[in-house]
Design a protein around this ligand. Structure first.
Ligand SMILES: [Zn+2]
Length: 443
């Protein structure tokens, strides 16, 4: 297998991405004032919320004043279905995306021509930060359609000037055939799908026929241990990126080749970290972090004020060697919606992933099941092990099972039952993986 090569550091738009903080903050304040005024003038929902909170656009005099404005939640946006959150007439809207969500009403996102131009620019920044150049052949294995991942990346690749293969998700053997036939150098998909493709490439012994060098993985929270597994399995340099359809789609922040935090596009989004319980500014953004809250600074069709992302992260201190001045957020350590409460202890699926992948012989495929036996919550983790171990003697299997249980108990502070399963037996995903089955929930 060829070694993973770190790409060169280059910046798509140095004037914006490397802007001195003082200038950036002045620009943010000017844009914040404008977006709050627009929301007040054009979207009755925002005006009602601001009036109820006793604030008006003229109260925003500094960037810190954003904290006086009311939050917007996913439910608020759902309540605006389909067009009540729009600040422009439909005549000016040229694209509509929606996030399905697993439950309830979809949230709708609209874009004006200018919004699409902004998005393409932010995606070009993201791709360039990850090492993509105009010489690349980029295979997009994100779903196209209402989901923002596919088309979002698509326009970014075209803006950079690389060649885009708009394959969409699924048909995994065909994905690999396309990689071979067209000489794909960059793969874009969810990390769980990337892992599945890596496995399939191994089974087909196709690695030697591929030119893959970069992997851009987003759309779900993943750990650094998963990065190592993806880099090894696909032979790519792997970077993370972040976004959500409610505020635009991917492109909100992206990792540069330093692989150390994702630079927020702060000229287009004003980020805050809050305590998810009290809603106050996070006490220690660099250490304990908090929930990311975003205000769109330039979006025309749907301005979004203080959107609660439910994503937990920290802001990394210090400057990045790449020269970008946009603050770096850590990988999303957890989505507060994903938190499991097991016998009173908070457990995040990412903690389980981190613990599992630190053990030699564990494959990056697992599933978590929570059930209730009488009054007690039961946590079971089904873990795939490598072929050799699975067919190994019982004694070795038992030792492995106990090793994983000990590791999980140390990092979760709660006991998890481990079941070793045959390679290939947990479900594979072509989009976002279903890692958790919670049987305690009704319906
Ligand atoms: Zn950087």
């Amino acid at each position: 297998m060829s070694a993973v090569i770190k790409p060169e550091n280059s910046v798509w738009n140095p004037a914006c991405e490397c802007m001195p903080r003082k200038d950036l903050e002045a620009l943010q304040l000017e844009r914040l004032k404008k977006v709050v005024q627009t929301a007040w003038d054009k979207v009755p929902y925002y005006r009602a919320k601001m009036e109820a909170a006793g604030v008006a656009p003229q109260d925003v005099r500094t960037l810190a004043d954003v904290a006086q404005l009311p939050f917007t939640t996913k439910d608020d946006l759902r309540g605006c279905f389909p067009y009540q959150a729009f600040a422009v007439p439909l005549d000016d809207v040229v694209r509509i995306h929606a996030s399905s969500g697993t439950t309830g009403q979809a949230t709708v996102v609209g874009y004006t021509k200018q919004d699409l131009a902004t998005w393409a620019e932010l995606m070009a920044r993201l791709q360039t930060a990850a090492g993509v150049t105009k010489s690349d052949v980029v295979q997009i294995a994100f779903g196209y359609g209402f989901f923002t991942g596919g088309l979002g990346h698509h326009y970014g690749v075209e803006t950079v000037g690389a060649a885009v293969l708009p394959v969409s998700s699924g048909k995994s053997e065909r994905q690999i055939q396309i990689m071979k036939d067209y000489g794909t150098t960059v793969l874009i998909c969810t990390p769980s799908y990337g892992m599945y493709l890596a496995e399939l490439i191994g089974q087909l012994d196709a690695r030697k026929d591929l030119k893959l060098r970069l992997g851009l993985f987003g759309g779900e929270a993943w750990t650094d241990a998963m990065r190592q597994a993806l880099q090894k399995g696909l032979g790519v340099f792997a970077t993370d990126n972040y976004g959500l359809s409610e505020v635009m789609g991917p492109g909100v922040s992206c990792e540069c080749v330093e692989q150390n935090g994702m630079h927020l596009a702060e000229d287009h989004f004003l980020p805050e970290l809050i305590d998810p319980v009290t809603g106050d500014p996070a006490a220690d953004p660099a250490q304990t972090g908090g929930e990311l809250v975003l205000t769109t600074l330039t979006k025309e069709a749907i301005p979004v004020i203080r959107y609660r992302t439910r994503d937990l992260c920290t802001f990394l201190p210090g400057a990045c060697p790449c020269g970008r001045t946009g603050r770096r957020m850590s990988k999303v350590s957890a989505r507060s919606d994903d938190m499991l409460i097991i016998r009173g202890v908070n457990v995040y699926p990412q903690q389980i992933e981190e613990a599992l992948l630190s053990i030699e012989g564990v494959a990056p495929h697992y599933q978590i099941e929570v059930s209730r036996a009488g009054a007690l919550d039961e946590l079971e983790v089904r873990v795939e092990v490598t072929e050799n171990l699975f067919f190994d003697e019982m004694q070795k299997q038992q030792a492995m099972k106990e090793k994983i249980e000990r590791k999980l108990e140390t990092s979760l502070a709660v006991h998890a039952k481990v079941r070793l399963v045959e390679p290939g037996s947990t479900p594979r995903s072509e989009g976002k993986a279903v890692r958790v089955i919670d049987r305690r929930k009704k319906g």
